[in-house]
Design a protein around this ligand. Structure first.
Ligand code: NDP
Ligand code: HSE
Length: 439
């Protein structure tokens, strides 16, 4: 049996998960692949750090170059995280012509163009199944299974921490800060909570999927991002009353029909908390689970569900990349599935202002005659149409919530109308605006 020799940098949550998963299933994988897998060395920061799964001291080094530059090591797995040392590790490996496996969505988002170009120059692949939605094989699905489709829509619940927070708020009426602390204790949240709750982690992931699905590099600066901080328990309850559930979605949508006539893609790429019909399958994806809904023009609607994070689920994705990298080395098929193909030369991200959405609006208004008329006039003047209104009765206070569902309108028109509404003396706080996705 042929053998492939692997070196890993990082032995933390995911790295030790990979070590353990190989210990459990190495023989099975070897029989399936017809290739022996030899994990030669693992670089870590400090020898005595506690790890989710223990790694024998003899395998460890604290010098990553010892792993990457070892001529016996054929495949490099980067599981350090961050955008500094990880970038050096990957570029060094690629320059040596060694294929790289990474779970590092933050690095791919920030430096993907540079890394994929270095991979192409050095004729060495980058494999990154673990970078989006952990154990869910969504990269493989988009890159391989849907290669014959034009992908018109991707809706992803791709951040487990935010999904956990929104689920607990809805089901238990829990307070945001308290649930975030629970999510951090479970080991899913990023060390810097803003990466999760402000939508940045979802942005990294949805940018990777958008680039892959549409064949041009989607720069993170072009992605509209809003996190879950504006979502209150009150909004969750009103949404429920209206038949909706609030989820943080990563969205990639083909905007116009020119793409289907063989011209360039014009796409929306965004992350925001959205009201989705409670009857939709995505509304039932709870806790830390992830799901990605993909619509292709041939396949129709598909749904991928599973654990988007954690030592074992993420290790499963890394193992799949190890198998691909090993097979590509064995059969010399490095270019069979190029890591990222920029086949669309004129792809374009549509600015959020031009995107049309439906909306949920919550205002805090003085409960007196004429208020609704003033607000409706501003919407009417902006050619924005109100679909329905709820104003709960209240005898205790003269400030009441006013909930409005709004028909499809451009985001720029909506922003302008809301800034006028906010200035009305009868409106007592900043309006809450959430988008509605009816699929
Ligand atoms: P951890 O912080 O748990 O592990 C990081 C590892 O890198 C540690 O073993 C650390 O060593 C090692 N390390 C840090 N600096 C160096 C260095 N200079 N040289 C060598 N080793 C170093 O991170 P995770 O395992 O959680 O994440 C790894 C990657 O996987 C990240 O890119 C993350 O975004 C991604 N990811 C993580 C998921 C998860 O559920 N955790 C899910 C999907 C992707 P030491 O152990 O000595 O501290
Ligand atoms: N913090 C991320 C999440 C980890 O909550 O989904 C997995 O990428």
């Amino acid at each position: 049996m042929e053998q492939v020799t692997i070196g890993m940098i990082g032995g933390g949550t995911v790295g030790s998960g990979v070590y353990n998963a190989l210990k459990l299933n190495r023989a099975l994988m070897e029989r399936r692949l017809g290739i022996k897998i030899n994990l030669l060395k693992i670089a870590v920061k400090a020898f005595d750090e506690p790890r989710p799964y223990p790694i024998p001291r003899g395998l460890l080094t604290t010098n990553w170059r010892e792993v990457v530059e070892d001529p016996r090591v054929q495949i490099i797995i980067e599981l350090v995280g961050g955008t500094t040392i990880a970038r050096d590790i990957i570029l060094t490996a690629l320059k040596l012509g060694k294929p790289v496996i990474t779970a590092n969505k933050a690095l791919l988002s920030a430096y993907g163009e540079e890394l994929f170009s270095a991979a192409a120059t050095n004729n060495a692949n980058i494999y990154y199944e673990a970078s989006v939605a952990g154990g869910i094989p969504i990269i493989k699905a988009i890159r391989e299974a849907f290669v014959g489709n034009r992908i018109t829509h991707i809706y992803g619940i791709v951040n487990g921490t935010c999904n956990y927070i929104l689920t607990k708020m809805k089901e238990e009426g829990s307070d945001f800060a308290q649930v975030l602390e629970q999510a951090q204790k479970q080991g899913y949240a990023e060390a810097e909570p803003s990466l999760d709750v402000d939508g940045w982690d979802s942005m990294h992931k949805i940018g990777i999927l958008a680039s892959l699905a549409h064949g041009f590099w989607v720069s993170p600066e072009k992605i509209f991002v809003e996190g879950i901080r504006p979502v209150s328990l009150m909004d969750i309850r009103f949404a429920e009353q209206l038949g909706y559930t609030i989820k943080l979605l990563g969205i990639v949508k083909q905007i116009d029909s020119t793409a289907s006539k063989g011209k360039s893609s014009r796409i929306q790429v965004s992350v925001y908390p959205a009201l989705i019909p409670s009857s939709h399958v995505l509304a039932r994806i709870n806790d830390i689970f992830n799901a990605v809904f993909v619509r292709g023009n041939i396949v129709g609607e598909t749904l991928f569900f599973g654990r988007g994070a954690g030592k074992d689920a993420t290790a499963s994705a890394v193992l799949s990349d190890i198998a691909d990298a090993a097979l590509d080395l064995k059969y010399e098929t490095k270019s069979r599935l190029r890591p990222f193909v920029s086949h669309e030369k004129n792809g374009e991200i549509v600015p959020i202002g031009e995107v049309k959405s439906q909306y949920y609006i919550r205002l805090a208004v003085v409960d007196k005659p004429g208020v609704l008329a003033k607000i409706s006039t501003i919407f009417g003047d902006s050619k924005i149409s109100i679909a329905s209104v709820i104003q709960p009765e209240s005898r205790e206070t003269e400030i009441v919530p006013l909930i409005m569902m709004i028909h499809s309108a451009p985001n720029s028109a909506m922003e302008k109308a809301l800034s006028k509404i906010e200035k009305l003396p009868v409106v007592k706080s900043k309006p809450v605006m959430l988008r509605v996705e009816n699929f």
